[in-house]
Design a binder for this molecule. Sequence first.
Ligand SMILES: Nc1ncnc2c1ncn2[C@@H]1O[C@H](COP(=O)(O)OP(=O)(O)OP(=O)(O)O)[C@@H](O)[C@H]1O
Length: 284
Amino acid sequence: MINLNIKKELHGSNGKMNLDINLSLENQEFVALSGISGSGKTTILRILAGLEEASGKIVVDNQIWLDEKISMPIQKRNIGFVFQDYALFPNLNIFDNLLYVKKDKELAKYLLNVTDLYELKNRHPDSLSGGQKQRVSLCRALMKKPKILLMDEPLSALDPNMRNKLQNEILTLHKEFKTTTIMISHDPSEIYKLASRVLVLSNGKITNDGTPKEILLKTQGSQKFSFEGELLDIIKVDVIYIAIVAIGQQIVEIVISNNEAKNLIVGQKVNVSTKAFTPIIKAI
Ligand SMILES: Nc1ncnc2c1ncn2[C@@H]1O[C@H](COP(=O)(O)OP(=O)(O)OP(=O)(O)O)[C@@H](O)[C@H]1O
């Protein structure tokens, strides 16, 4: 069990902001931390890891990591951290990057095999792709067999295929190493796939806490599906109006009424939903 009760005054682009978090996590939970830029997500992970000071209390399995008297040093906290920018040692090859954390060659070999990196073990980080570097970073974070795995948007710089592959590896390793994992992510499909719990942070406070289904599914009542998008354009074709809406990576056309065309403003966020028909789903 992890109990986190912390406060810290932060100085953001819009002035002062008070980070104020009171949170309990069960062991082996996979928590996604979401929220707009500057809401305090990275700071929470850094405080938990001991990279940043804060007032309050952190207790992990009855062991005090932080209170008014104690601030356990970072190397004693049983944590693995995967940073967005990999943070690998450039002068060490991949194998030595892992062994630097712990001289356990068997575990290093095992992790490199699971993540398809074993062939690259003698290469230096500079000669690897972003996805490969991120996998090394994940392996390195797991070398200590940490109790808590913290990941700060680990997959945001990767293409969709690599993201998908790494999501599966992260889930496998989370289960195998029985870590309590906290991952910052903005990607709803990623959160849905990986997390058992979602925390939404706004202005330094947790404003939403629930399962991915509760937090992410936007359909209400009898709605069959519902998407959020951005209205890009409204065009008139003969006597009808068509709204052009960007939903994720897709652009869709929706026939709208005269009245709707008058009330909608190009550029605004819109919700597209239906309850009238059953959509057809096919593998592509
Ligand atoms: N040590 C600090 N002291 C004071 N203010 C800080 C400190 N660290 C970060 N901040 C400020 O606190 C705010 C929250 O930063 P943080 O990096 O935690 O946000 P975030 O939610 O992770 O954002 P992003 O999604 O952009 O990474 C920012 O405005 C930042 O400038």
